[in-house]
Design a protein around this ligand. Structure first.
Ligand code: HEC
Ligand code: HEC
Length: 135
């Protein structure tokens, strides 16, 4: 009986150890320059899904898969696509518009709800239709 509980205890310790390393690894977002570096996976996912919805695209519009790796995975940290680089500038711009013109500070985990966001201009399209036509 005693032996069984020792074994169970060891198993649980090992399982807990494995679980915590895999979470730590996922938490390491390598290339966040605007969003908070310690943003959780859930929070980051929420932000990324707003991009998808508000621009009418999928993750692949901005992100590339890994090269020379089987099975293929997504290389979310890569800045290879120009769309991602533009999106980062747009993210900065959108935060700034809220702050500067609407006095609304938005934290880098986007807990606060912005007044102006991608949808305001993009309306569900990757490139806004008829942007800024003066006439
Ligand atoms: C419109 C472009 C765009 C779309 C669509 C998009 N992303 Fe991103 N993603 C970005 C940008 C820009 C960053 C970097 C933000 C920063 O620098 O703070 C980023 C960063 C990330 C990161 C962090 C990578 C790292 O290690 O630094 C992950 C993970 C991620 N995106 C996942 C996703 C997923 C999953 C989807 C689809 C649900 C998605 N993204 C859709 C633009 C996009
Ligand atoms: C104030 C209006 C405005 C807001 C807010 C805005 N955008 Fe844009 N965005 C534009 C305009 C206008 C263009 C087209 C620029 C051009 O044609 O050169 C554009 C272009 C883009 C492009 C490049 C499209 C392409 O393929 O050429 C991406 C990616 C993008 N925006 C992402 C975003 C994301 C992500 C957000 C939210 C964080 C956002 N934008 C918020 C106005 C806006």
């Amino acid at each position: 009986m005693r032996q069984i509980s020792v074994i169970t205890g060891l198993f649980l310790l090992t399982a807990a150890g494995m679980a915590s390393t895999s979470i730590d690894e996922e938490k390491k977002h390598k290339n966040l320059r605007v969003l908070a570096k310690d943003i959780s996976d859930d929070e980051l996912e929420r932000v990324m899904y707003t991009f998808n919805r508000q621009l009418g695209v999928t993750c692949l519009y901005c992100h590339v898969p890994t090269k020379n790796q089987v099975p293929e995975r997504m290389d979310f940290a890569s800045d290879e696509k120009r769309e991602k680089l533009i999106a980062r500038t747009m993210l900065k711009m959108s935060l700034k518009i809220n702050k500067k013109y609407f006095d609304l500070s938005i934290d880098k985990k986007l807990h606060a709800r912005p007044l102006i966001w991608c949808r305001t201009c993009h309306m569900g399209y990757p490139v806004p239709h008829n942007p800024g036509s003066p006439g």
